[in-house]
Design a protein around this ligand. Structure first.
Ligand SMILES: O=P(O)(O)OC[C@H]1O[C@](O)(COP(=O)(O)O)[C@@H](O)[C@@H]1O
Ligand SMILES: [Mg+2]
Ligand SMILES: [Mg+2]
Length: 343
């Protein structure tokens, strides 16, 4: 393993792909790598340090923040702010985007980042794998001016890079900058990420479906029909149901083994649960770069026009043939495509 490229070497080797010649993009990826190691160190010994349980606050989405949500958010925010490595950051745990003003009050950087600092919060206290998700864009407003909302509300197809860290049996950082998907495993003894999963790809087909079936009665009919199809005794079915409850971990498993992750609308969550900007868009970019597919059941996730920082959308993501099949069932109920009109 140690002969493999380290993540740092890989980033430098692949600088030729980045339109940024200033090294700014490489430094941004290196800062993410550093923050991931710091969070990993805490996550790995969560039971021994006072980091489990609720932080006692509620985020803008009305969710109880876990201490690890707040910790991971602070680590990523401070790591990037202290290095003045981006001009703005938006986070699941911050009400609004944060403009990074350099020491001299201005910031010449061209990248903004959106982040889900700790994904799978419900699993934090029970020692089940969790993650971090990030998405990077080039700003659209003039460099040197204060960053604006429109720099963050860009369609997913404008992403420059996206990735996740999974804090699981091993810790991995998986990312794309538009040239395929590569996975790096952390060697905790050496403290370096090594290329362990080059050119990751979703199998076109799979036999795993991931969805919180506890919400079954609330699902749209198209989803109920697709689940019946998955559970039918026919051909290579029934499929296997696997649901960790951490998007990053369910996505990672399905990318390796073949499968589909679904978080649809429901009568209790009329727009679904997952956030477009820092959960669905980055995972969709990774999925497509790994020959998978990601839609809201009807439309390509990365073509959706964001309107709010924390907006939610339904999410169907994974092996292309499985997402196509799910869409076939959804297409029979076109009225369910209008989830955005349900204000
Ligand atoms: O408990 P539910 O409703 O099945 O939701 C689980 C989903 O919600 C999430 O935990 C949402 O992410 P956060 O933990 O970052 O809020 C996903 O990781 C996961 O797939
Ligand atoms: Mg999340
Ligand atoms: Mg989160």
């Amino acid at each position: 393993m140690e002969n493999n490229l380290t993540l740092g070497e890989f980033i430098i080797e692949n600088q030729k792909h980045y339109k940024s010649t200033s090294g700014e993009f490489s430094r941004l990826l290196s800062s993410i790598k550093l923050a991931a190691k710091i969070v990993n160190y805490k996550v790995n010994k969560a039971g021994l340090v006072d980091i489990l349980g609720d932080a006692g606050d509620v985020n803008i989405q009305g969710e109880d923040q876990k201490k690890l949500d707040v910790y991971a958010n602070d680590v990523f925010m401070q790591t990037l702010i202290n290095r003045e490595i981006a001009c703005g950051i938006a986070s699941e745990e911050e009400d609004d985007f944060v403009a990074i003003k350099g020491k001299h009050g201005t910031n010449e950087n061209k990248y903004v980042m959106l982040i889900d600092p700790l994904d799978g919060s419900s699993n934090v206290d029970v020692n089940v794998s969790v993650g971090t998700i990030f998405s990077i864009y080039r700003r659209v407003t003039p460099i040197g001016t204060p960053v604006q909302q429109e720099d963050f509300l860009q369609r997913g197809n404008q992403q420059v890079a996206a990735g996740y860290v999974v804090y699981g049996t091993s810790t991995m950082l998986v990312y794309t900058s538009g040239h395929g998907v590569n996975g790096f495993t952390l060697n905790p003894a050496i403290g370096s990420f090594y290329l362990s999963h080059p050119n990751m790809e979703f199998p076109k087909d799979g036999n795993i479906y991931s969805i919180n079936e506890g919400n079954y009665v609330h699902f749209p009919q198209g989803v109920k029909d697709y689940l019946k199809y998955c559970q039918e005794e026919k051909d290579d079915r029934p499929y296997t149901s696997r649901y960790i409850g951490s998007l990053v971990s369910d996505f990672h498993r399905n990318m390796i083994k073949g499968g589909i992750y679904m978080y649809p609308t429901s009568s209790i969550g009329p727009k679904g649960k997952l956030r477009l900007l820092y959960e669905c868009n980055p995972m969709a970019f990774l999925a497509e770069q790994a020959n998978g597919k990601a839609t809201d059941g009807y439309v390509r996730i990365m073509d959706l026009k964001p309107t709010e920082l924390h907006q939610r959308v339904p999410f169907f993501c994974g092996s292309t043939n499985m997402v196509n099949k799910a869409e076939e069932f959804m297409a029979k109920y076109p009225e369910d495509a209008k989830y955005n009109d349900l204000d």
